[in-house]
Design a binder for this molecule. Structure first.
Ligand code: G6P
Length: 590
């Protein structure tokens, strides 16, 4: 989704900082970009559709110490230069960038038009600089003017406004994230940490209903409603710049797949007492619900199997966007487990709100330290995967599954056994991810890249991995891929199989092995080309992708070759796996 960047301080390269900052936010997904900065007494603005990757920061090196920038993922109004942010007031003294939606913008726009304001775009955002300009007729203080405007807005948003006359940045948050980076000689404001990670790791979080004002020397946090000052802690982020970079890899997706050589061990490096406490909370909860979106949701489905098979415990999953309809079952004694990489997904935050309104406790399994979900949960377990920048989630998924599996073992009073198994799994993944293995999958991708349909089946915890495999392949290669529970084949999907249709079969060594192999036979009998992901070679396979035998952690191991296959399918089809069309890394609107 949209990305926000801002800087004010002593540095005189704010324009180039904004370009670099926006480049670090590219992974969020966007279709146009723009920057505004003050050079001398004037405001300079540049907006473009398309990508910012080829833009040279040196072209924006005019001396300036205050700048804002934005990457836009279109919602209100098409992908045009005019609709790209920043948006200006009549006098071009106020520039605004904005994420989210101002729901009452039409009515505000009408009111402004009657007062003589002219609009250049179709966006909801453009009302903001004009409204602030109107308010400045009643007050000289820019912060007060912005606060008064905020009180009139409806919707979930985060915006950042630059005022040339007072050389101030003011930002406000109601639903979409904003983070302040505190540097020795200035302040950064961004929608996401990587935007300023090259400059500082000291951050302050803006909560919903709060705003900040900074002139680069100090920063003031205010409650929007009351106007009272709010005290904020500074937090040190553990992520390093190196972790956030591609290094020698061509794409973030491949780099993050390879990070799984050691990310499982980091995910399960949890305080054992805390895991036991959480397991007790699940044991005694009157109803445990799991929610997540996209790939994180597939970790939740896998957890249903982990909790059932390992601990004999029933939990309920719903996609976060569907959770609203289950609120009747929540009690103060219920527990909601929220699984999310970013900790900022709008539907997930909404589900948390619903659970909290019922007095239920919330446990979150999150990657981003200090994210809204992490801060607002009763218990938080960080998966410590490091920054995940490719839109297609890989290492976050396996980290989430590892933590959920560990909890399932703790619930069965076998925490140590679970930890050992996961440590061994991490080592097996490290061995598996060798250059020859990756090359084999590249060759397989080459062989099947021209197919337009691909199906994946699995049983037990390999069923959610079949669903996840389909997401991975669809989102980066645009091949139509679908995942099914093996037993469901005969109830419809088998009608789609033609001679040569590639079908991936996810296999383990467990009580369902015979069943899934017979499902594979059914596919083969209809002419399917069977790609088996399995610890053992089986006759039914036309291609065998060997994976280590990992007992109850088999699902974690099985998904990894599919991630690599999806990556190469994208590359071989000439697609950029890091920038899938129409998708965003962090979905902060409902
Ligand atoms: C987007 C991303 C997915 C991710 C999902 C949930 O759709 O493209 O990769 O799984 O959001 O995001 P979260 O940050 O909550 O895990």
């Amino acid at each position: 989704m949209c990305g926000i960047f801002g800087y004010v301080g002593k540095r005189v390269d704010a324009g180039s900082l904004a370009i670099d900052g926006l480049k670090s936010l590219e992974y969020r997904g966007y279709d146009s970009w723009g920057v505004a900065y003050k050079t001398g007494g004037t405001l300079t603005m540049k907006k473009e559709t398309g990508k910012i990757s080829g833009v040279n920061p040196a072209d924006f090196s005019a001396a300036c110490s205050i700048a804002i920038g934005h990457t836009r993922w279109a919602t209100h109004g098409g992908v045009t230069k005019e609709n790209a942010h920043p948006h200006l007031n009549e006098a071009s003294t106020i520039a605004v960038v904005h994420n989210g939606i101002i729901e009452n913008y039409e009515e505000l726009k009408e009111e402004l038009k009657k007062k003589g304001h002219a609009f250049r775009s179709d966006t909801d955002t453009e009302v903001l600089p004009h409204l602030i300009e109107e308010e400045l007729k009643h007050t000289k203080d820019f912060t007060t003017a912005v606060r008064t405007v905020c009180l009139r807005l409806k919707g979930r948003y985060a915006f950042l406004a630059l005022h040339t006359e007072s050389r101030t940045l003011v930002a406000a948050r109601s639903g979409s994230p904003l983070i302040i980076g505190v540097d020795t000689d200035g302040y950064f404001i961004a929608s996401d940490i990587p935007a300023f990670l090259a400059h500082t790791r000291t951050v302050q979080y803006l909560d919903d209903g709060e705003m900040i004002a900074t002139d680069g020397k100090t920063v003031l946090f205010l409650d929007i409603e009351t106007g009272h000052e709010v005290q904020k802690r500074e937090i040190e982020i553990t992520w390093s710049m190196k972790q956030a970079q591609k290094g020698t890899y061509r794409h973030f997706m491949l780099k993050e797949i390879m990070d799984q050589k050691d990310s499982i061990a980091r995910a399960i490096n949890q305080d054992e007492e805390e895991i036991r406490t959480i397991a007790q909370a699940i044991k005694h909860a009157q109803g445990t619900f799991l929610v997540g979106c996209g790939t994180a949701g597939k970790a939740c489905v896998a957890a249903e199997y982990f909790f059932s098979v390992i601990a004999g415990h029933h939990v309920n999953y719903a996609p976060a966007s569907e959770f609203k309809l289950f609120h009747h079952f929540l009690k103060p004694e219920s527990l909601l487990i929220v699984v999310t990489q970013s900790g900022e997904t709008a539907d997930v935050l909404e589900a948390m709100k619903i659970a909290k309104a019922k007095g239920s406790k919330v446990l979150s399994i999150v990657n981003v330290q200090g994210s809204t979900v992490a801060r607002e949960s009763d218990y938080t377990l960080l998966i410590n995967a490091g920054p995940e920048r490719a839109v297609a989630s890989t290492k976050a998924l396996t980290g989430q599954m590892a933590v959920l599996l560990l909890i399932a073992y703790a619930l069965a009073d076998k925490l140590r056994e679970g930890k050992l198994l996961l440590l061994e799994t991490g080592e097996m993944i490290n061995d598996m991810l060798n250059p020859r293995y990756v090359e084999r999958l590249e060759a397989l991708a080459d062989g099947i890249k021209r197919h337009e349909n691909l199906y994946i089946i699995g049983k037990s915890w390999n069923y959610p991995m079949a669903l996840e495999s389909a997401i991975k392949i669809q989102e980066v290669s645009y091949i139509h891929a679908e995942g099914f529970a093996g037993g469901e084949l005969k109830h419809g999907p088998i009608a789609l199989i033609e001679k040569g249709t590639p079908c991936i079969v996810l296999v383990g060594k467990d009580e369902v092995t015979a069943d899934i192999l017979s499902n594979a036979m059914e596919l083969k009998a209809r002419g399917a080309f069977i790609i088996g992901v399995s610890p053992e070679r089986r006759d039914v396979f036309d291609e065998w992708i060997k994976v280590p035998e990992a007992s109850t952690a088999q699902a974690i191991v099985n998904i990894i070759p599919i991630q690599i296959l999806a990556y190469f399918l994208a590359v071989k089809r000439g697609k950029d796996p890091d920038m899938p069309r129409n998708l965003a890394k962090s979905v902060t609107v409902k």
